[in-house]
Unconditional design. Sequence first.
Length: 325
Amino acid sequence: MKKIITLVSFMSVFGACSQENNSVVKPVEVVAKNIFVADPTIYYSKGMYYLYGTTTGNIANGEGFLVYTSSDLKKWSEPKGAQNGLALKKGDSFGDKGFWAPQILEYDKKFYMIYTANENIAVATSDSPLGPFKNESKKPIIETGNQIDPFVFIDEDGKKYLYHVRLTNGNRIFVAEINDDLQSIKPETLTECISGTLPWENTENTNWPVTEGPTVLKHNGLYYLIYSANDFRNIDYAVGYATSKSPLGPWEKSKDSPIISRKNTSQNGIGHGDIFWDPNQKMHYVLHTHFSTAEVSPRKAAIIDVEFVDNQLKAVPGSFSFLKN
């Protein structure tokens, strides 16, 4: 009896092993994940795209700015910053909270990060887009009042301008010439650009209208100020633009605005980004959206193509896509 049981057991094990060996091993499906970054910017250098922005939710725990990389805008890395994924880390920076809306540029053989912390604007430098970025000065660029969302524009004549948002009776976009060291402005040049005065810019009719997230570029001798309007928590947060013949204004708002909104992307709370170009000089705008139709955060990073049609700036239909890793 013992021998029969043993033989039956052996045959059962043999059969199970044979079935296992003959089965097809299915590959594990890797599901791409959204990148949760708000107020994003993308910097391109030597075949690599670098993505930075405001971290949302518990990501990075407000310790600074993460940086993600991609060679094709389709597949993104996990955070690659020099300090545990961070390109700039609290302690090396001005301020200790509210790290928002960075911009990266290469200037004078260094990489500069202009950013918001403690509702003020500061600048840090590094030898690499991955960091570590460090502040030479622990003082903000502008030492009076509160301001956020910096963007440095360098004109063809070499003059440099700091566009930013001042928190005064609303979020208002201002500009000032910035000195060559990018550490301070020329106060006498401080000029208001725009505020939220149009119906699409304040759909909830609040007493604190919001225009923010400025990006400036020049096309055919005309200056374009791209901005977002409404509170970022509002589903009608959207992107428009204004034009001027001078970097200091006056600015004329486009009648086509908003050019990016939930109406042409089916995404709530879409906006506050930055223009960048790929190696083929195709123009893109990186931005964020709400997490879902029911929740604002964590906000998701995405891109949409933009182009000039004559002198009008337009979003390319069907080009919207989320950034994933």
